[in-house]
Design a protein around this ligand. Structure first.
Ligand code: C5P
Length: 227
């Protein structure tokens, strides 16, 4: 089953504190952004990549795409103030496709089995997101004091990709924009439409590179995979 993917890549990476877009930092001598792009470039079911970028980084990114022979990029729309705005600017430019994946450009370790399963479930049910079961004991805290120990059995840590039928994500994004609603992920916008979102169990190594320690985990994951 074919799909197109939206990769928001227009963040500022403040929590990384690198003084530049963290996606340009290297893991195993290759920019994080390229690791993510290659996961989709090499998937024969992926028919198009939409990359939301900062206008001032567009030319540099074009250079990287050429250097690493990433040929599936169909558009590089301007990112927005928040991640949701960046995703929406891609959705607005897309033509009718059946299935759309939204995936953080900062998650370079996504693998094909997870992608395939998400596409399959989205095609059948409309909406599917990647996640892993919570491993730690989870508690609700207020003013530094525990107010509740939450039953871990029902808690999942949510990742990307998040996969949707195109009409569903388009409607969810348009409605959120019209109502000035800002969600923390795309699924939340779809949930607001009253549509069920299904979970696909992913892997713990599908980490988002956010802070400096994540670069250490990232190098370790790549080393482990190459062995
Ligand atoms: O900051 P964080 O890592 O949570 O962002 C997740 C992804 O969303 C990153 O790939 C980042 O580049 C992207 N993003 C974006 N536009 C924003 C903020 C974040 O495209 N305004």
């Amino acid at each position: 089953m074919q799909y197109e993917v939206v990769l928001p890549a227009a963040g500022s990476g403040k929590r990384m504190g690198a003084g530049q877009n963290k996606l340009f930092l290297q893991l195993d001598m290759k920019p994080i952004l390229i690791h993510t792009l290659e996961a989709f470039q090499s998937d024969e079911n992926c028919t198009g990549i939409w990359l939301a970028v900062k206008p001032e980084e567009r030319e540099y990114i074009r250079g990287l795409l050429e250097q690493y022979r990433i040929t599936k990029v169909k558009g590089l729309p301007n990112g927005g103030k928040e991640r949701q705005h960046s995703v929406h600017s891609c959705i607005k430019e897309m033509q009718q496709v059946e299935i759309v994946l939204v995936h953080d450009a900062a998650r370079p370790f996504i693998t094909k089995p997870t992608i395939s399963r998400l596409v399959e479930v989205a095609q059948e049910k409309g909406a599917a997101i990647a996640g892993v079961k919570a491993k730690d004991t989870m508690k609700k805290v207020s003013d530094g004091v525990i107010i509740e120990t939450v039953d871990r059995e029902s808690l999942w840590m949510i990742q990307t990709p998040q996969a949707f039928r195109f009409d569903l994500i388009q409607q969810a994004e348009d409605r959120a924009e019209a109502q000035g609603f800002l969600g923390t992920d795309e699924a939340m916008l779809v949930e607001r439409l009253g549509h069920q979102v299904h979970i696909v169990e992913s892997t713990y190594d599908n980490v988002k590179i956010t802070t400096k320690e994540d670069l250490i985990f990232g190098e370790a994951i790549l080393k482990h995979r190459s062995n």
